[in-house]
Design a protein around this ligand. Structure first.
Ligand code: FES
Length: 191
């Protein structure tokens, strides 16, 4: 059953990814049609990402300045898991980790529903993989969902907070970002 769930989630992710890439190309066409403002030029090429088709429990992945940026739309259950005991985390309050000021909270986001994060392990830069199911056989009965780095076994929760006792020294980085409206994300600017 867990395998079927994971497979369905994978297919959903693949579909969402295709949509997101299409969205990025559409934005590129828009930008090339209309001149960006001086402010936009000074800030570099921020990108817009439409979240309108992102289903709860799914993730989309885009590239910003050569880095993978992931957007997870957390379910209510995922959000509630972040209220649980967190003594197993190395930096639960994100005091030693990198994120915008508004994301220095247990959700590491402005809106708990949407989690925006760099998909790069803070140990040696591998790509963590999604492990959203609770207590799957390969992660053990205490696993509450999160990200797992297959290179050296680092674990992160659904806010990208690193577990204690793994090689990664800090939480996954949260990039500068902002929401233009309820379903449009701007990656690259905090305001
Ligand atoms: S690169 Fe992720 S644990 Fe080493």
């Amino acid at each position: 059953m867990a395998e079927n769930l994971n497979r369905r989630k994978f297919l959903s992710i693949a579909t969402s990814l295709t949509s997101a890439v299409g969205g990025i190309f559409a934005v590129g066409a828009f930008v090339s049609t209309f001149q960006p403002s001086k402010k936009a030029k000074a800030l570099g090429a921020s990108i817009k990402v439409s979240l309108s088709k992102l289903e709860p429990g799914s993730i989309i992945k885009v590239i910003y300045r050569g880095k993978p940026i992931w957007v997870l739309r957390r379910t209510d259950e995922m959000i509630s898991e972040l209220d649980n005991e967190n003594s197993y985390l190395r930096d639960p309050k994100s005091e030693l980790s990198i994120q915008p000021d508004f994301a220095k909270n247990k959700f590491r986001s402005k809106n708990p529903e949407f989690f925006v994060v760099e998909g790069v392990c803070t140990h040696l830069g591998c790509a963590p993989i999604e492990k959203f199911a609770i207590a799957p056989a390969d992660m053990g009965p205490d696993w509450k969902g999160g990200f797992y780095c297959p290179c050296h076994g680092s674990k992160f929760d659904l806010s990208g907070r690193v577990y204690a006792g793994v090689p990664a020294p800090s939480n996954l980085r949260v990039p500068a970002h902002n929401f233009i409206d309820e379903t449009t994300l701007l990656v690259g600017e905090n305001s």
